[in-house]
Design a protein around this ligand. Structure first.
Ligand SMILES: [Zn+2]
Length: 83
């Protein structure tokens, strides 16, 4: 049991996530807090960064595919006009 994370204040081993939008911040933040005394033991980005990066990656590769198609079409059109 010594390896289980526990609250530094009350030694409770149950934690919960709380979404907070601090006044001046543009982004929401997730706090990991003790379910008993609400002591914050950690923070996380509201958005899952790895998911976000994965989604961006897919969008970029879609754009790259579209660009290649456009380049192909332009090349085809150029050939068409010169012929
Ligand atoms: Zn606690």
């Amino acid at each position: 049991m010594t390896d289980s994370p526990k609250c530094p204040k009350c030694e409770n081993q149950d934690f919960e996530m709380a979404v907070v939008e601090p006044g001046n911040w543009r982004f929401k933040v997730m706090f990991v807090q003790c379910t008993k005394c609400k002591t914050v033991v950690g923070t996380m980005d509201y958005f899952n960064l790895s998911t976000l990066i994965h989604e961006l990656n897919e969008k970029i590769s879609n754009i790259e595919t579209s660009l290649q198609e456009i380049e192909y079409e332009i090349g085809r059109l150029k050939k068409g006009t010169s012929a």
